[in-house]
Design a protein around this ligand. Structure first.
Ligand SMILES: [Ca+2]
Ligand SMILES: [Ca+2]
Length: 217
């Protein structure tokens, strides 16, 4: 019985290779930012979070945001690669563009020899923003590169986020929490998107409840 199962598995893999089907890498390396709701004029922090299932010596990212809604004040190194300040790293300050496009360009962190590579999870960087106007700004991670202990690129799952400036639950940014926001939850039901108000990775009834609790009509 076991031999049959193994033979079947081998045949399936062989067929997949013969047919040129993509082989999906079993990667759990990820980089993400979350969704937050903030008030106008509020200054707040957003962490860039990493999860690494392999030893790594460095990572870099860019991030796009809506500079009509947000001003980026600073991007500072997190405690992931420096192990809470106990080992040496080089932190490359990114270029911050609060005009025109709204970009953070070239944030990077690398451990410096003889420091050890790291794995697990933690904060790669912390971004300080100030909310300037009502609305929703997508936070799009891009140009993400994570290197393993030998400098090889690692496959990374990227999860971008968003900042809602205004009332919690006001998904369309019109200053009210009502049926229009509930409709957005309905449209995005089951997805990972900006309507994921409680940041649990899926849009569902729990997000609807948050809208109900903040209902203005
Ligand atoms: Ca609304
Ligand atoms: Ca949710």
């Amino acid at each position: 019985m076991i031999k049959k199962l193994i033979l079947t598995l081998v045949l399936c893999v062989g067929m997949a290779l013969l047919l040129g089907l993509p082989v999906v890498a079993d990667s759990t390396t990820s980089m993400s930012v979350s969704n937050q709701t903030v008030s106008p004029n509020e200054t707040f922090d957003m962490d860039v979070y990493v999860v690494l299932d392999t030893d790594s010596r460095g990572a870099q990212f860019d991030l796009l945001f809506n500079c009509m809604l947000l001003t980026c004040n600073s991007v500072t190194e997190g405690d992931f690669y420096n192990l809470g300040g106990t080992q040496d790293t080089f932190w490359k300050e990114p270029i911050i563009d609060n005009q025109g496009n709204g970009q953070i360009i070239g944030a990077a962190c690398v451990v410096i020899s003889p420091s050890i590579p790291v794995s697990g999870s933690g904060v790669l960087a912390t971004i300080s923003f100030t909310a300037e106007a009502l609305g929703i700004s997508e936070l799009e991670l891009c140009n993400v590169v994570v290197g393993d202990a030998d400098g090889n690129s690692v496959e990374v799952i990227i999860t971008s986020g968003s900042i809602t400036v205004g009332l919690e639950g006001d998904l369309n940014g019109d200053g009210r929490v009502n049926i229009l926001d509930m409709i957005i939850v309905g449209i995005q039901w089951g997805q990972t998107s900006s309507a994921d108000l409680n940041n649990d990775g899926v849009v569902n009834i729990l997000d609807s409840i948050i809208i109900g609790a903040n209902w203005t009509g």
